[in-house]
Ligand binder design. Structure first.
Ligand SMILES: *Cc1c(COP(=O)(O)O)cnc(C)c1O
Length: 414
């Protein structure tokens, strides 16, 4: 019997219910994934008991002989995986990591350029009510309305006009590859630092499917729990010249004791990503996304930028007459989980937007391939085309469950 079951039946039942939900449903939220049982075991280990403020070899507490080795292993594996000069593995998650980067390299009030939030930027890229938007002067760039892709000439124009201290590239709802080289050239022209936020695509970059910004950019941040398939957390990579500033901004600038249980989970995940199987995984994520995108298009769905280069698909449901919020909740009822999302130049509000965002990292982890993408596209189409047909939805829910049970979720036994 598990410790939780013995001690706290109320909470145990809640976790069991969530296990059932994860096993019986299709997870299409592009920022989600299933970690391995090994990663989960590390995160639930006795390492959670230890305080280790500072860095390997330079700690403020005793008893670090094992912790120092664990953190060093995580750093070395991340360096190898991404070819980075310097890596800090302590950031608690992506949002604090981004604040730490700004805090390390800029002064409050400095100008930063980032993608407009309702076009795919992240809240840490200048949302007015967020820390980023209050502490810094964010100038948003946009995608081209006709193509749905970032207009690099406009980015350059804005950069020449506003002379930012930093340009941020890397997004949360953008389905296309990013021209890192061009961003770097523009930044150099105006003397700006370059920051890449590869939270969404890190697994595809590590797997060799997408180009890496690491050779070009000053700083690269990624969360570890999305396509990278590690524990919930983040890392910051940078050129050696920024190493001291980044480390100081993480600790003691913004954080106290690092979460070494999570850092151990990161080390395990980087080890998994260094294996040849991970390249296959990354390749299949993209194959599945491209296939799903094609199938949705055949069924008359309008995709932002007309397709995808990544793991992510953004659908504009305007022509289907179903708002994103209703699509999200009706699909959730049949066991297909995704999220409502704004589309570029959305006439509706962020709480009630025109689109949905979906992705293939989680279904690919379960071993689903093109044949399953066909069925998923079919179910999405049937639900949205028959939005009030409760009888049909009930039937689809059964079909979804039946398929899901053939593809076990890793780590579910833990
Ligand atoms: C997910 C994400 C983050 C933030 O990560 P959290 O761990 O949720 O704080 C930051 N930037 C981008 C582009 C993201 O997609």
């Amino acid at each position: 019997m598990s410790y939780i079951q013995q001690q706290d039946e109320e909470l145990f039942a809640m976790i069991e219910a969530e296990k059932k939900r994860q096993a019986e449903g299709i997870e299409l939220i592009p920022s989600e994934n299933y970690t391995s049982g090994a990663v989960m075991e590390a995160c639930g280990s006795i390492l959670t008991n230890k305080y280790s403020e500072g860095y390997p070899g330079k700690r403020y507490y005793g008893g670090q002989e094992n912790i120092d080795k664990i953190e060093t292993l995580a750093i070395e594996r991340a360096k190898k995986l991404f070819g980075a000069e310097h890596v800090n593995v302590q950031p608690y998650s992506g949002s604090p990591a981004n604040s730490e980067i700004y805090f390390a390299l800029l002064n409050f009030g400095d100008t930063i350029m980032g993608l407009k939030l309702d076009q795919g930027g992240h809240i840490t890229h200048g949302l007015p009510i967020a820390f980023s938007g209050k502490a810094y002067n964010f100038i948003p760039y946009e995608v081209d309305q006709a193509t749905g892709k970032i207009d690099m000439d406009k980015v350059r124009e804005l950069a020449l006009q506003h002379k930012p201290k930093m340009i941020v590239a890397g997004f949360t709802a953008y389905p296309r590859d990013i021209d890192w080289k061009r961003f770097k050239e523009i930044a150099d022209e105006v003397g700006a630092l370059t920051m890449a936020d590869i939270s969404h695509t890190a697994g595809l970059i590590a797997g060799g499917e997408l180009e890496s910004p690491v050779p070009y950019f000053d700083v690269v941040m990624t969360t570890t729990h999305k396509t990278l398939r590690g524990p919930r957390g983040a890392i910051i990579m940078c050129k050696e010249i920024h190493a001291k500033a980044i480390d100081r901004a993480v600790f003691p600038g913004m954080q106290g004791g690092p979460h070494e249980h999570t850092i151990a989970g990161k080390a395990i995940a980087f080890g998994e990503a260094l294996k040849p199987e991970f390249k296959e995984y990354a390749k299949q994520i993209r194959k599945n996304a491209v296939h799903l995108a094609e199938k949705l298009k055949e069924k008359g769905f309008k995709l932002v930028s007309d397709g995808t280069d990544t793991h992510l698909i953004l659908v504009d449901l305007t022509n289907k007459g179903v708002p994103g919020k209703i699509a999200q909740s009706k699909l959730d009822e049949v066991g297909i989980t995704l999220n409502k999302n704004t589309v570029p130049f959305d006439p509706r509000s962020p709480m009630d937007p025109s689109g949905i965002r979906l992705g293939t990292p989680a279904v690919t982890t379960r071993g689903m391939k093109e044949a399953e993408m066909d069925r998923i596209a079919d179910w999405i189409d049937r639900v949205i085309s028959n939005i009030d047909n409760a009888e049909m939805h009930k039937q689809i829910k059964e079909e979804v469950k039946e398929m899901c049970l053939k593809f076990p979720v890793p780590g579910l036994k833990i």
